[in-house]
Design a protein around this ligand. Structure first.
Ligand code: SF4
Ligand code: SF4
Length: 123
């Protein structure tokens, strides 16, 4: 049943993306959807369709892992975890959203922001 991207997501999460029936509740619940280029329900759809373009979306780095989508998904699919899996796939390719070595004026940035970025946005 699984193939390509849906297989990779399943291997990382145990989630069957084909259970998603595209109700859109995840996107309607997402506080950051207006900043995303692909809304969460479409991310899940693209994984179903084995569309690797989703790995190049801004969405996978913008998602704040707030889990609003996860608690409201009527199919218990956990879109936040799917998006996290897509980040991991990119990070395993050596692609990170933030290169900590290139940040200037480190001393002026909030420590919590740096710690959060190093945990989530780098490999
Ligand atoms: S809320 Fe769940 S079932 Fe609905 S579109 Fe999002 S992932 Fe799919
Ligand atoms: S976990 Fe990510 S995709 Fe889900 S509601 Fe929060 S910001 Fe949006």
């Amino acid at each position: 049943m699984f193939r390509g991207l849906s297989q990779k997501v399943y291997d990382l999460t145990g989630i069957n993306v084909y259970l998603c029936h595209q109700c859109g509740i995840c996107s309607g619940s997402c506080p950051l959807v207006k900043s995303m280029d692909i809304p969460p329900n479409m991310v899940v759809r693209m994984v179903q369709m084995d569309m690797n373009e989703v790995l190049n979306s801004k969405t996978i780095w913008i998602c704040a892992s707030c889990f609003n989508c996860t608690v409201r998904c009527p199919r218990n699919i956990d879109p936040a975890r799917i998006i996290n899996a897509l980040r991991i796939i990119k990070q395993r390719e050596g692609v990170y959203a933030v290169d900590l070595r290139k940040i200037e004026k480190l001393e002026e940035l909030p420590q919590i922001a740096l710690i959060a970025a190093s945990r989530k946005l780098t490999g």
